[in-house]
Write a protein that binds this ligand. Structure first.
Ligand SMILES: CCCCCCCC(=O)SCCNC(=O)CCNC(=O)[C@H](O)C(C)(C)COP(=O)(O)OP(=O)(O)OC[C@H]1O[C@@H](n2cnc3c(N)ncnc32)[C@H](O)[C@@H]1OP(=O)(O)O
Length: 244
């Protein structure tokens, strides 16, 4: 731990002499580690918060749902609203053992697939909100230029990735640790690259270890259906999830 802090601080010192970093960070000499922005700060970054790559549509939808995470009562008191924003990091479990196949190198470098591209806006830009009472979730997704499939449109695998992530996160929220057993997808109309879309998921039923979730992907104003999917998640033990 101490060694990695020393290494990070050396990297920051050497980067601080570069003009670009000086512009980004102001005066490196007077800033402490805790005030440095990501990626120079070792504190984890929450990828679900707005950044400069977000379109006005994405920001508008974010504000719409975020404003319903906390509501004001008649007495002017703040209380939890119907929606909850889920924070998002680029590692799901820091100390996953991952069975016999994972070397120490793979363990230390492992990153969540949808959060592993550092350039903001280049790939999967998204934020997810959950409505516990209604057992539904909504994800606002802006598809970046690295996700191209057909010219000018989003790759079907990237759409499947987002559906799996959103329905999987939703199922985890409802049922604890799960794995995707089955995912059925119907692609109805292509998603333009760079556009903002909504993924809405709802729980259809729960039967023992099985959680059934359905999901639809629409344009930001919900007028156009892009994709429909159903998914089955099976509850698993934590040791199964970690491959132990
Ligand atoms: C934070 C980001 C969240 C991202 C979420 C992403 C989630 C993922 O992508 S997970 C990765 C992809 N998924 C996988 O790799 C899973 C691989 N498969 C497995 O590990 C196992 O097959 C697993 C855990 C799904 C089920 O195995 P197991 O626990 O032994 O269940 P098993 O006893 O075979 O079956 C239990 C029940 O489910 C049913 N079932 C199992 N698989 C399926 C299936 N594919 N379709 C329909 N039913 C199924 C069985 O018929 C059985 O039903 P019943 O009890 O009525 O007889």
């Amino acid at each position: 731990m101490l060694r990695s802090i020393v290494r990070i601080s050396r990297v920051c010192q050497s980067l601080g002499s570069l003009p670009y970093v000086q512009t980004q960070l102001g005066h490196p000499a007077v800033r402490t580690m805790s005030t440095l922005p990501w990626p120079f700060n070792s504190a984890p970054r929450d990828f679900s918060l707005p950044n400069s790559s977000w379109s006005s549509e994405m920001t508008r939808l974010y504000e719409h749902y975020n404003s319903q995470c906390e509501v004001e009562t008649e007495d002017g008191e703040k209380q939890r609203g119907p929606w909850r924003r889920l924070p998002s990091y680029n590692r799901s479990l820091k100390y996953a053992k991952g069975g016999v196949y994972l070397s120490k190198f793979v363990q230390s470098k492992a990153r969540l697939f949808t959060r592993n591209i550092k350039t903001a806006g280049a790939a999967f830009e998204y934020v997810m909100f959950i409505n516990k009472e209604e057992q539904r979730s909504v994800c606002i997704f802006q598809a970046g230029h690295l996700l191209e499939g057909p010219p000018g449109h989003v790759h079907g695998g990237a759409i499947a990735t987002m559906i799996d992530s959103v329905t999987g996160t939703h199922a985890t929220y409802l049922s604890g640790p799960v794995m995707t057993a089955n995912l059925n997808i119907n692609y109805r109309s292509p998603i333009p690259l760079g556009s903002t879309v909504l993924l809405e998921s709802c729980m259809d039923k729960k039967e023992g270890r099985k959680t059934f979730i359905s999901c639809k992907v629409t344009s930001a104003d919900s007028s156009k259906l892009h994709t429909e999917a159903t998914a089955l998640f099976l509850s698993v033990s934590v040791s199964h999830l970690l491959g132990m």
